[in-house]
Write a new protein. Structure first.
Length: 317
């Protein structure tokens, strides 16, 4: 069982070495210093590493590390040492601007998702049809001409790759009249995309992870799934229904053609294996660790430039 996964951001998702080489090459080009060769890279790396080690031992000041490395390097290759400080300043800027992903950065996220899929695809338990353990409700229809109560509504745009809605981004809309309680979303509900212009989103699920702070419904392009939590934990059901096997059941017809929209009958007939509540809770603990690491990895990728600057902070402080 996974207890924790540690991310070494530098040289795990982001290739710091490649970024450093790119910054050095660009600096040489901008300063008109000629070609930055592989031999030069080896010598610079030795000088840089030795000086950082001296800093760690308290034998050298930070300023002398970052500026002195280029003075020493420039002197070795008979380059103008009076430009070393300016070159270092520009190098630090270029390093902060350069974002280099390892070729398999996105594969790391994909592999973690694969671990989740493997776990839930191999679940053993009582076979149940979804219609026996959950109730369904089609979403609310409204348009721009509606004139009535203002509510929050979870729409197709909220799904993306999200496990749960990003609540501060959920849209506020005006509906006709007042919202019928039958259309309210509550904690532990699931919602799935019924139909949409994008085939990719059909059959995707989201888990309502908290009680909405305001009256919140779900759009007409979706279906609410309200499970019997005495039989299956809602979050566990989310993982089951999000597995590749179940998604294939929901989106592929008997003749192999793509199903462009879901309905309650299709959902009702989905067969899943339900282990004991105790087993569900144990699996959720494991799934939660992997899910948290997927979320963190995506944040790193999406904010790569900021993270790159964090990685090279030691250069600037």
């Amino acid at each position: 069982m996974f207890k924790v996964i540690f991310w070494d951001i530098d040289n795990t998702l982001l290739d710091f070495d490649e970024a450093e080489v790119a910054a050095l090459n660009k600096g040489f080009e901008e300063f008109g210093l000629g070609e930055f060769t592989d031999e030069m890279l080896k010598e610079y790396t030795k000088i840089n590493k030795r000086r950082w080690q001296m800093l760690e031992r308290g034998e050298m000041a930070k300023q002398e590390v970052v500026e002195g490395r280029f003075r020493e390097f420039f002197e070795m290759y008979k380059l103008p040492t009076e430009r070393a400080v300016a070159f270092n300043n520009r190098f630090q800027v270029l390093l902060g601007e350069t974002v280099c992903f390892f070729d398999d950065a996105y594969n790391i996220v994909s592999d973690l998702k694969g671990k989740i899929d493997n776990l839930v695809s191999n679940v053993k338990g009582d076979k149940q049809k979804l219609g026996k353990i959950a109730k369904f409700k089609n979403g609310l229809n409204y348009d721009k001409s509606s004139a009535g109560e203002e509510i929050s509504i979870v729409g197709v745009a909220d799904f993306k790759d999200n496990k749960s809605p990003i609540w501060n981004e959920v849209e506020r809309v005006i509906i006709n009249g007042k919202l019928d309680d039958a259309y309210l979303l509550h904690k532990n509900d699931l919602i799935t995309v019924r139909s949409n212009g994008s085939q990719e989103l059909v059959g995707r699920f989201m888990y309502i992870n908290q009680e909405p702070k305001e009256k919140t419904s779900f759009s007409g392009f979706s279906i609410r799934v309200r499970p019997d939590c005495k039989i299956v934990k809602s979050e566990f059901l989310y993982y089951l229904l999000s597995s590749a096997d179940i998604r294939k059941q929901l989106t592929t017809g008997s003749n192999g053609s793509n199903i462009k929209s879901l309905n309650q009958t299709l959902l009702s007939n989905v067969e899943i294996s339900i282990p004991s509540i105790k087993q569900q809770m144990e699996m959720l603990a494991e799934l939660s660790v992997i899910e948290n690491n997927i979320v963190e990895a995506r944040k790193i990728i999406e904010t790569a430039e900021e993270r790159k600057k964090e990685i090279i902070e030691k250069e600037l402080t």
